[in-house]
Design a protein around this ligand. Structure first.
Ligand code: ADP
Ligand code: ZN
Length: 728
């Protein structure tokens, strides 16, 4: 028997099959979709079995497969084909598609680590009668007899709870033995404190419509914050499980949505597996095994959980579908929504996209009828929407208020006096704290990249967020040697310090990258705030999503403007979504609530749509802009980056690629550039970009494939092609 193997050779991104002999002891065991170890040149590497064949003819001598990496882990037919779809859709090598689909613990670098987790137990090695007999002859009680008696009672005990000396003595007498059992690192009991609400009319309508779908269909569930979308998802998944099928639920970032995960555990207990980047490799491996073994029916996870190896899917749900996190930034540059569509088509099942602020692309499709549009327009129960007000910071600055307006301070005092809570959002999108010299104008910049360094107070150093370059901040300006360095921009730490000065009595908790880097820190912050141990939760975007605190009656947006000024056509859309979601944290339990948006542009249209809680008008306004400027959803985009450490080479190749594209694409297609990318130099590599806008172009994919095939073998110039990019 022979096998065709797709090799995992990290430096060669070329997809090639090699044929190997299946040795007799592995015959019948080696299957399509498995990982195996094979000799390759002088090395031993991993490979993917693409085909098993009875016979094969060739002139040279073939080598044998060494072993199977893990017999349990195997991609089924559907997933093998999905890998090919991924290759086709994103122009990535097939091998990187399969690598993306499997947990990282199975990637080649971790080859030799055994991720199965075992616990040692002790059990009796003789029948109970024999043990009793032994005990009877041994009148005196000692540690050994106590342990034996316990084992008569309990059958199995954890080895680490008992002394090694006692265990060894009993093992020597052949009375007990030590066994190892594989265990999962994450274990959940079945349902404890389940609260199932009776669905309201709108929820029921959405639930029934989706439940009664017998074919592939995409739904947009557009529901305002707190309208009970998650409750609808839970009910749908419950139905799917009842019918013996499986469900995938994607969320933007699990650490941000710990509250949602807990609701899933409450409903489905040990039937839930979770998959996200904050898990250890071992935990990921275990969760993956649970799915492969068919022990769970629901996966809740981030982007790559869309590849969960179920084989009887009943529904896929993508919550907060507008989130950037569903698109992968590096190869393969896939969007989980596209993958979800492909899987749902295969199983002929519904795909549910949920959001309070869907992307313009998604909403346009729903309005055109390509997707079915469902609405949740009311908040659940007694909770009502907050009153939103815009505060003009230009006026405040005249009074000397740079961070907090008088109105925000007064409202905070009022709320805290009422024993209610405040959430403060510092909008840090496209934003950083830099150090400048107020005397000569010097700015700290990264020597490798084209960007200013960001100051970190906790470590008192400056860091490049692209390449990691770090230096200590000096007391004097490195250029003019004056003591005149100043900080531009606001950090959460700075805001916290200032806030504490204004409200010395207030208990403030901060949630940002620094305070949540430790495992479990995020949950702890949420829990303690929910228990009212703090008056104010201050944080970055991570506080805007999915959190549900009943006593929050004031949300303050400290700086609404920053994300409007980012040079990206989605700037408005992202700002609207962020502020709308953040406002949605207020007034969840029927208490009267307020949102204050501080801005230097009080007349800005986008902010006023947020104020009026008017997604519809925002949508129309932004669609007009997109139509005029020929952006999605009116046009599709492709982004090309041409990268090299050699300036002349990159310029020459970018020009060549640009000219080639212009001569080959359809007449209506627009090719922009090449221009220098928004960050021109990263890690001493020069970046040029080309943007393609098109509506229909039958030739384009073939053209891109051709370009890709040329540059994949070029060691000096790199070409990155991003189809449907989120950022340009
Ligand atoms: P969303 O996902 O739209 O933000 P959730 O599903 O989280 O909304 O619902 C908000 C809150 O309302 C949750 O605490 C949830 O338990 C509760 N809830 C949802 N549906 C109902 C209902 N029909 N009746 C009562 N409470 C509900
Ligand atoms: Zn750098």
């Amino acid at each position: 028997m022979y096998a065709e193997i797709l090799i995992e050779y990290p430096t060669k991104k070329i997809d090639k099959y090699f044929t190997y002999i299946i040795p007799s002891d592995l015959q019948g065991k080696v299957k399509k979709g498995m990982k195996v170890k094979i000799p390759f040149g002088t090395k031993i590497i991993n490979g993917f079995v693409m085909n098993v064949m009875d016979s094969y003819e060739c002139e040279y001598e073939l080598k044998e497969i060494i072993q199977i990496v893990d017999e349990e882990l195997l991609l089924n037919e559907e997933l093998m084909n999905l890998g090919m779809y991924l290759q086709e859709k994103t122009l990535c090598p097939l091998i990187s598609a399969y690598q993306t689909m499997l947990p990282s613990s199975l990637k080649i670098k971790d080859n030799d680590t055994n991720y199965k987790y075992f616990k040692s137990y002790i059990i009796l090695n003789k029948s109970k009668e024999e043990i009793n007999e032994y005990l009877n002859t041994y009148k005196k009680e000692n540690k050994q007899t106590i342990l034996l008696k316990e084992l008569l009672d309990k059958d199995k005990l954890l080895k680490k709870d008992y002394s090694d000396a006692v265990i060894n003595a009993l093992v020597k007498k052949e009375l007990i033995k030590v066994i190892k059992e594989q265990e999962y690192r994450i274990n959940k009991e079945n349902n404890y404190n389940l609260v199932k609400h009776e669905l309201n009319e709108e929820q029921n309508n959405a639930f029934n419509t989706i439940k009664n779908t017998n074919n592939f269909e995409v739904y947009l569930l557009e529901g305002i914050t707190g309208s009970g979308k998650t409750e609808v998802y839970l009910n749908l998944i419950n139905e799917v499980i009842k019918n013996g099928k499986e469900a995938i639920m994607l969320v933007p970032e699990i650490t941000l949505t710990a509250q949602i995960v807990n609701r899933f555990y409450d409903w489905f207990g040990s039937k839930v597996a979770i998959l996200h980047s904050a898990l250890s490799s071992g935990e990921k491996y275990d969760e993956y095994l649970k799915i492969i073994r068919g022990e769970v029916s629901v996966v809740v996870g981030t982007r790559s959980a869309i590849f969960a190896p179920f084989n009887n899917l009943g529904i896929v749900i993508i919550d907060e579908e507008h989130s950037d996190s569903f698109k992968q930034d590096n190869m393969p540059r896939y969007n989980a929504i596209d993958i979800a569509k492909e899987r749902c088509k295969y199983y002929n099942i519904p795909l549910v996209l949920g959001s309070a602020t869907p992307t313009l692309e998604t909403r346009a499709r729903a309005i055109k009828g390509v997707y079915k549009h469902l609405f949740l327009t009311k908040r659940v129960g007694s909770s009502n929407l907050p009153t939103v007000k815009i505060v003009d910071m230009m006026e405040e600055v005249k009074k000397g208020n740079f961070i907090f307006s008088d109105e925000l301070v007064n409202k905070m005092k009022e709320v805290i006096n009422n024993d209610e809570q405040v959430i403060l959002l510092l909008n840090r999108r496209g934003y950083s704290t830099t150090v400048n010299c107020s005397y000569c104008g010097y700015t700290y910049k990264c020597p490798n990249c084209d960007i200013t360094l960001t100051y970190h107070k906790s470590t008192d150093n400056l860091r490049c967020h692209y390449c990691g370059y770090t230096i200590k901040k000096s007391n004097t300006c490195p250029n003019c040697h004056e003591q005149s360095l100043t900080y531009l921009g606001l950090g959460t730490e700075k805001v916290e310090t200032e806030l504490q000065k204004i409200l010395p009595e207030a208990k403030i908790i901060r949630m940002d990258q620094d305070t949540t880097s430790k495992k479990g820190a995020h949950e702890k912050i949420i829990e303690s705030f929910k228990n009212k141990e703090y008056n104010i939760l201050l944080g970055t975007q991570m506080i805007s999503k999915g959190l549900d605190f009943p006593y929050v009656t004031l949300v303050g947006i400290i700086n609404a403007d920053t994300s409007l000024n980012v040079p990206d056509f989605r700037g408005n859309e992202r700002t609207f979504a962020l502020l709308y979601q953040a406002s949605g944290r207020a007034g969840r339990s029927g208490l009267k609530s307020n949102v204050l948006i501080q801005t230097y542009n009080p007349d800005n249209q986008v902010l006023n749509f947020v104020k009026d809680n008017d997604f519809n008008s925002f949508y129309k306004y932004e669609m007009d802009i997109r139509r005029m400027l020929k952006y999605p959803p009116y046009y599709y985009l492709v982004g090309l980056k041409i990268i090299s450490s050699d300036y002349n080479l990159v310029l020459e190749n970018a020009t060549k690629i640009g000219n080639y594209l212009k001569s080959e694409v359809e007449e209506e297609t627009i090719v922009l550039g090449p221009t220098t990318a928004s960050i021109f130099r990263i890690n001493n590599n020069y970046h040029f970009q080309i943007v393609i806008k098109y509506r229909f172009d039958n030739k384009l994919m073939e053209i891109l494939k051709y370009l890709d095939s040329i540059y994949i073998n070029d060691n000096k110039v790199n070409l990155e092609i991003d189809i449907d990019p989120l950022h340009i």
